[in-house]
Design a protein around this ligand. Sequence first.
Ligand code: NI
Ligand code: MN
Length: 225
Amino acid sequence: MRITYYGHSCFGVHVDGQDLLFDPFVSGNEAARHIQVDTIPASIVLLTHGHGDHVADAQRIADRTGATLISNYEIASWFSGKGVKDTIGMNTGGTVLVDRIQIKFVWAAHSSQLPDGSYGGNPGGFVVRTSEGAYYNAGDTALHMDMQLLAEEQPRFAFLPIGDHFTMGVADAIRAAEMVGVRQVIGIHYNTFPPITIDMEAAVKAFSDRSITLHLPAIGSTIEL
Ligand code: NI
Ligand code: MN
């Protein structure tokens, strides 16, 4: 699968002829100033929760690409009310099939509120199952025991927040990777704002000490996993 990182918690995954784009927050991200929002490919836009640093560019991208916007029921309805044409509202534990890709909305321990103060439903993460295997995007979350259940989904890799303060930090993300049973982690939700600044080298080493590879791709770069 081809993964392109757009900064913060936003990345695209190209697989099975689809471009899945998670948590687009690019135009307001100083660290991603070199990314042109209007060139990011998307056929499915997935939002883990309603906070601005996850949904800011969702409508702009969905309107341009005609992508299907998938999130919890409240967030999908909010975007539908704003004119986004193709939305799917889910709730925790549900799975939807889009083309040949299975998308499951799973628990996250966090909060959720939309940029205008509207109720943002429950935050979540996604387990995505493709012809090339499954992966897990934890979204914004604390470490929680339900992650143990996700090992049964046999994800090949996981996107985990590592910035601390608003989500789990490196130590808990390592425990999360072990619970979920992945040896390949892509770090998200770090270095965007001062409170979530981390020592990247120390983070990579801490994961590697537990035989887990932490990928921290540069913003705008692409990796294959
Ligand atoms: Ni958040
Ligand atoms: Mn966030």
